[in-house]
Design a protein around this ligand. Structure first.
Ligand code: MG
Length: 218
């Protein structure tokens, strides 16, 4: 699997990490307190990446939902990096969708099982071209939105992230080495909702890019 930069250059994709509950509005809609006590995360299968968007395949596993997210792509290897030094490890940013089989996730939560299945189906991680960090002076003040069939479903700002990019890199790199091509989905603002076969998804982050997907039955 390869990521494409906005320059057209390609880069092998590494692991894919997703953050849990990094926006208060999404925490509340999922039934949690708005504040974050600790930043938790999961690994999303790298085979789920859908670089450049395209056909998003919907398996028949109950409700499947969209989560539009700013994705951080790692450039320079990061191990136990402090937040003050974190930004130099960031290669760039992309628009991502952390597609989630919500009923499978609810079942996994109830039974104390991992989320791998709920998060890991093929094409469950559409990702736009990667905009170099030098072209994104501040990743924390960007309008982020998702339209489904032309109708706004999710709208927010990356300013609402509870833990920002430097803190995210510090936290994750304290656990696992971040390597070039690793992709971090930084959490979704509120307004998650179902994806149905035939839906046309259009995700945008101002100053980063856009991503289009067509949902079809798997
Ligand atoms: Mg997510």
């Amino acid at each position: 699997m390869h990521l494409t930069l906005t320059s057209g250059e390609q880069l092998p994709a590494g692991k894919v990490i997703g953050l849990v509950g990094n926006y208060a509005a999404h925490r509340v809609e999922m039934g949690h307190a708005p504040d974050l006590e600790a930043l938790h995360f999961f690994l999303k299968a790298s085979s789920a990446l859908l670089p450049g968007g395209g056909k998003l395949f919907l398996p028949k596993v109950g409700r499947i939902e969209h989560e539009v997210e700013l994705a951080v792509i790692i450039g320079e290897r990061a191990r136990r990096v402090r937040s003050a030094d974190a930004m130099r490890h960031v290669l760039g940013y992309a628009v991502g969708l952390d597609v989630t089989a919500r009923e499978l996730q609810a079942l996994a939560k109830a039974k104390g099982l991992p989320w791998d299945e709920a998060k890991g189906y093929d094409t469950f991680a559409p990702l736009s071209a990667v905009r170099p960090a030098a072209e994104v002076p501040d990743p924390h003040g960007l309008d982020i939105e998702l339209l489904v069939n032309g109708e706004a479903r999710q709208r927010g700002s990356t300013a609402q992230m509870l833990v920002r990019v430097p803190g995210i890199v510090e936290r994750l790199s304290s656990v696992m080495t971040l390597e070039q091509g690793d992709v971090i989905f930084t959490g979704t603002p509120g307004g998650v909702g179902p994806i149905l076969s035939g839906d046309r998804l259009h995700a945008r982050i101002a100053g980063v890019g856009e991503l289009r997907c067509d949902a079809v039955e798997a």
